[in-house]
Design a protein around this ligand. Structure first.
Ligand code: SF4
Length: 316
């Protein structure tokens, strides 16, 4: 297998009145073709900024992004348009991402028209195929977004994202705004589409239980940095970073014989503005010592399992 997407030392900083917000700070990972990388963390940890920087909706401050081995970090003009056709995004709130004045048909057709690659007849055929592929009923062709429920709106958003046959899709909390029963349907659709079309996903969410079954690997993010990266099943079996353990303890367990004790984090969340060089989780970590004031880096602790914490041996 080869990496479809690779990011190296990616940074995205924002100038704010109080200083510099280190929203994404020195992140590196790669995703193999056809796989899903889950990115989890609390709101405000920078996971959506990471996603949007990777697909070049905003320019990175530093670092490199490679798609199929091509350096796309500074792609501009025609090159950027070509790259963007191959990297699409599904948003959390399809209601605000769909134009309220466009019918379902027009929303799905728009990217096809804009690409200028298709004739009118092909666009009509493609619209029908995409709607069918994503389970959008034919009778909704002329409906407007406000006439659809959340699940159907998200299906239209997915059909639109697939219009130009991308290889990579950034799923930015795509089910967070949906009812639980609808969440499962949309997740199943995304997994079926991945199988059929060999898609590669990054799946950004604050909900670990959502990514458990669909991700091959999971990155746990805390205040702009990765604190743990692991194959999905391994992360659930053997979480190592204190923050990952706390996140996992909040996931409802179906294992009544071995329920996980809920870890409630105390302490203030460190600001991502002008952060100190040490571990950003220290103010909430029960194991923090002076050693944690040194910069931490992801280190391999097992096959394919990386953790950023200098006190793993002591924590056990
Ligand atoms: Fe906690 Fe220190 Fe490890 Fe950070 S480096 S997670 S503060 S023990």
């Amino acid at each position: 297998m080869s990496a479809l997407l690779k990011v190296e030392h990616l940074k995205k900083y924002f100038n704010v009145p109080m200083g510099i917000n280190h929203a994404v700070d020195d992140i590196s990972f790669e995703i193999q073709k056809g796989e899903t990388m889950g990115v989890v963390g609390e709101s405000g940890c920078g996971k959506s900024t990471l996603g949007r920087t990777i697909i070049r909706l905003q320019d990175p401050t530093a670092g490199k992004i490679y798609l199929n081995g091509e350096d796309i970090t500074e792609a501009k003009g025609k090159d950027l348009r070509r790259v963007r056709e191959n990297m699409q995004i599904i948003f959390q709130d399809p209601y605000s991402s769909l134009n309220p004045r466009m019918t379902v048909e027009e929303a799905v057709q728009e990217p096809l028209y804009l690409s200028k690659r298709f004739k009118k007849k092909e666009i009509l055929e493609e619209t029908e195929r995409l709607m069918d592929l994503c389970g959008v009923e034919e009778r909704l062709r002329m409906a407007y977004p406000h006439e659809l429920d959340g699940g159907r709106r998200q299906r239209v958003g997915i059909a639109r994202a697939l219009a130009l046959s991308p290889e990579f899709i950034m799923c930015d909390e795509p089910v967070s705004a949906l009812d639980v029963s609808i969440q499962a349907q949309v997740l199943n659709l995304l997994m079926d589409l991945q199988d059929q079309l060999k898609l590669t996903y990054i799946f950004v969410t604050h909900d670990l239980s959502v990514v458990r079954h669909i991700s091959n690997h999971i990155c746990v993010m805390y205040l702009g940095q990765l604190v743990e990266v692991s194959p999905s099943q391994e992360l659930f079996k053997n979480p190592m970073h204190p923050y990952t353990k706390a996140l996992l303890s909040a996931v409802p367990s179906v294992d009544l014989d071995h329920p996980m004790k809920r870890i409630v984090l105390k302490g203030e969340i460190t600001s991502p503005i002008n952060p100190k060089p040490g571990c950003r989780f220290a103010s909430r970590c029960p194991y923090a010592t002076e050693a944690c004031e040194q910069p931490q880096e992801l280190k391999q602790v097992d096959n394919d399992h990386f953790v950023s914490c200098c006190r793993l041996k002591e924590i056990g």
